[in-house]
Design a protein around this ligand. Structure first.
Ligand SMILES: [Zn+2]
Length: 161
């Protein structure tokens, strides 16, 4: 019987743990809602889509860009790959700004301490890398890395002091 009981308790504990983490970052999520990020994201996606069509045309027609990647001809597939590596990372600017804003919102409500704890826990759960180069992460990640978010929360401290 005891064996069965412990078997049940283990996943349950994990669930509680996850709920607790959600609570810690809930003000951050509220910030996304209060600051209308869903609507702005929707609009940003429309604008970015247009810009990307233009961006793709620029990439597609740029002989120099193809040549700098070692191509004398301009195959469509290579154009798409170059496009993916040059224009798409620009989207991260918008999502990063929203993340920092939601963190700031959470902090303004007085939840900087639980937010910090929650972000650290989420990082541990997702096993993402701890301290990447800012340029590398700006290029590759849709969310700002933990170290930069914590630094931004601290930076807000200095401003309000
Ligand atoms: Zn967020």
């Amino acid at each position: 019987m005891d064996f069965l009981r412990t078997k049940r308790i283990v996943p349950y504990d994990t669930l509680i743990q996850q709920c607790k983490n959600d609570e810690e970052v809930v003000t951050h999520e509220l910030g996304h809602w209060k600051l209308n990020h869903t609507m702005y994201s929707f609009m940003a996606v429309q604008i970015l889509t247009l810009l990307q069509v233009g961006g793709y045309t620029l990439v597609r027609n740029s002989k120099d860009l193809f040549q700098s990647f070692g191509f004398d001809t301009q195959p469509v597939l290579i154009g798409l790959i170059i496009f993916q590596h040059t224009v798409i990372p620009l989207q991260h600017i918008v999502s990063w700004a929203f993340e920092f804003q939601a963190d700031a919102f959470s902090k303004k409500l007085g939840y900087a301490v639980p937010l910090r704890a929650g972000l650290i826990k989420l990082q541990e759960e997702n096993l993402s890398s701890m301290n990447t180069d800012p340029w590398y992460s700006a290029y590759h990640y849709s969310h700002p890395p933990l170290v930069e978010r914590l630094a931004a929360i601290d930076e807000l401290d200095k401003k309000t002091d």
